[in-house]
Write a protein that binds this ligand. Structure first.
Ligand code: AMP
Length: 566
């Protein structure tokens, strides 16, 4: 029975199996390893997953959705045309697409999977991932932490005991750092940190801003199509800067009056604030795990954006060694999931200690911000249980009144890492009455107890009277009932997937549409003619002719762009 190893990523997903002693990547219906985690609902209510959906995000954004992994395990409704879906349901669609591709490639039915999840995913997010598998008719045999998967691909589970290493994952929009140790057959995540809003796209944004400033433009000066073109061209430029010292772009929109050139050094200087932001979670994890950079045996790079030359340079400088990056950073997690699937088949699974054993974020309350004269900033966050504390955990802090004759004290309960509570997530509040007294004379003890199930219990004791208050906070707003799960199953069973055999044609037409919209006059005419010809061949329903035309049309479209972005 083949078990599919799956990387269900924020921007891209991929799958692989363990065969003949190695991880074997599975091409999707378009012959590519990576399937964009994007979903499109076409005019006939048929679902299309992957590259075609990503193409459509430019021409038809209301019928397309992506980056939904951010909302996994929440009950947030994501709109797609007239319908709404949860992140779990959308993820199920991506999984189903991968499963179909694997079945086609392998010629057998696949019913089991190992799926990777970020190390910081909490219990609810993990359950949502298992449910997404179930909705796609895949029994999730195992979830594997993404850094564990990456580490296994680099063979770190075959290293001597006590090997310690860091996995640095910089994707399109997320940044994750984990410190792991291999000991007694277990890969343990010691600490993890990151930034959910930092990735390769931010580096692109910097180049886009530089470009606009050079020609005295703002985004509002450009129409949607031109702006899209700017992003697409500058993404190519960003990638070229890995191999070239300077990249020079001739005008490609009307408002660009002369050539635009950027050197790698200029790019690095502009990216300095982002590089500083990258350093901070790396330092946090080192501090949390109480490890010095030079004690690490290896540093592994994951995610497309780690291909940036100066990013690698910065890491090498920080750790005084070259990071391990000889494998494709977009595929190391997928391959690790397949290795775990292989071990599972042999009943020799490697254990990885999930990070739900530690609290993935800080929990605390709000205190008066005395330095905030204007009152704009709001309260300061005071952590009671700190991030990466081993759970179950129970901690107490004492808080005092701040004004004379204060009658009550409000304890707000927050989750997050920001100094200001306004940037953190509020989970609840308790107000307790206290005897009138001089300021600082009255106080309460606030005890937070956090357990494996994501339950936070808050006990408050008024110190002078001994009066007690209690509140339980279920930190699991996205948890689904059996009824909800059945409803999701019924809903997805009714959705129609676009026929797989038509995927290549559909993708070529979408791509042509998108390129058409970004070009003018002669180029548009050429695309229109070619598209008409291609659709004519499709009408013929002659398989041989269609196959030949697909190739020819793809070559034609390639001429319009060098690097298939979007
Ligand atoms: P991922 O989510 O891991 O696929 O990462 C996608 C991100 O990696 C995007 O922001 C890309 O711009 C970036 N990326 C991919 N390839 C390269 C490259 N060769 N050079 C620089 N950035 C890249």
């Amino acid at each position: 029975m083949t078990i599919l190893g799956i990387d269900l990523g924020t921007t891209n997903s991929a799958c692989a199996i363990w065969r003949d002693g190695k991880a074997e990547l599975i091409p999707n219906r378009l012959g590519e390893w990576l399937t964009p985690s994007a979903v499109f609902l076409d005019a006939d209510d048929k679902l299309i997953v992957g590259q075609t959906a990503r193409e459509r995000s430019v021409t038809d954004p209301t019928h397309t959705t992506s980056v939904f992994k951010r909302y996994m395990g929440t009950d947030r409704k994501i709109k797609l045309g007239k319908k709404t879906f949860t992140a779990t349901e959308l993820s199920a669609m991506v999984l189903k697409s991968l499963k179909d591709d694997a079945e086609q490639y392998l010629g057998e039915t696949i019913t089991q999977a190992v799926i990777s999840v970020p190390a910081y995913f909490n219990d609810t997010q993990r359950k949502a991932t298992v449910l997404a598998g179930e909705l796609a008719d895949l029994k999730v045999e195992r979830l594997i932490n993404e850094p564990t998967a990456a580490a296994m691909t680099y063979g770190l589970h075959e290293k001597p005991e006590h090997t310690q290493f860091m996995v640095i994952d910089l994707g399109g929009g997320t940044f994750d750092v984990s410190i792991m140790e291999y000991f007694d057959g277990v890969l343990e995540v010691h600490a993890s940190s990151g930034d959910n809003f930092l990735g390769g796209e931010d580096f692109l944004e910097i180049i886009v801003n530089k470009y606009l400033a050079t020609f005295n433009l703002t985004k509002s000066h450009l129409d949607g199509k031109d702006l899209q073109k700017v992003y697409s061209k500058l993404e190519q430029l960003k990638r070229l800067l890995n191999t070239q010292e300077t990249v020079n772009l001739e005008p490609f929109i009307e408002q660009q009056k002369e050539n635009f050139s950027l050197t790698r050094n200029e790019f690095e200087a502009l990216a300095k604030p982002l590089l500083t932001r990258i350093q901070s979670p790396i330092e946090t994890t080192l501090r949390d795990a109480e490890i010095k950079p030079w004690d690490l045996d290896e540093v592994v790079l994951v995610g497309g954006a780690t291909r940036m030359r100066f990013f690698r340079g910065m890491i090498a400088k920080m750790f005084r060694r070259m990071p391990s990056a000889n494998l494709d950073p977009d595929l190391v997690i997928t391959m690790g999931a397949a290795i775990q699937a292989g071990l599972k088949a042999k009943d020799k699974m490697l254990d990885d200690v999930v990070l739900t054993d530690v609290c993935p974020y800080s929990l605390g309350t709000s205190t008066v911000n005395e330095s905030d004269a204007t009152g704009d900033q709001g309260g300061l966050f005071s952590a009671i249980i700190e991030r990466n504390t081993i759970i179950p955990a129970s901690r107490t802090e004492r808080y005092f009144t701040v004004s004379d004759n204060q009658k009550q004290l409000q304890i707000d309960i927050y989750q997050g890492e920001s100094r200001l509570v306004s940037n953190n997530i509020k989970l609840g509040e308790i107000t307790v009455k206290i005897p009138k007294n001089k300021k600082y004379e009255e106080s309460v003890d606030v005890r937070f107890s956090y357990d494996m199930n994501g339950l936070l219990e808050v006990d408050i004791t008024v110190v002078s009277t001994g009066e007690k208050h209690y509140k339980m906070i279920e930190n699991a707003p996205g948890e689904l009932s059996e009824k909800d799960i059945q409803a999701s199953k019924d809903k997805l069973a009714k959705m129609k997937f676009h026929p797989r055999e038509l995927a290549v044609n559909q993708n070529l037409v979408s791509r042509a549409d998108r390129i058409f919209e970004s070009r003018l006059s002669d180029e548009r005419e050429a695309i229109k003619d070619s598209l008409r010809w291609f659709e004519g061949v499709l009408d013929s329903q002659d398989d041989r002719q269609i196959k030949d035309a697909q190739q020819e049309f793809a070559v034609f479209l390639d001429k319009f762009e060098q690097d298939g972005f979007f």
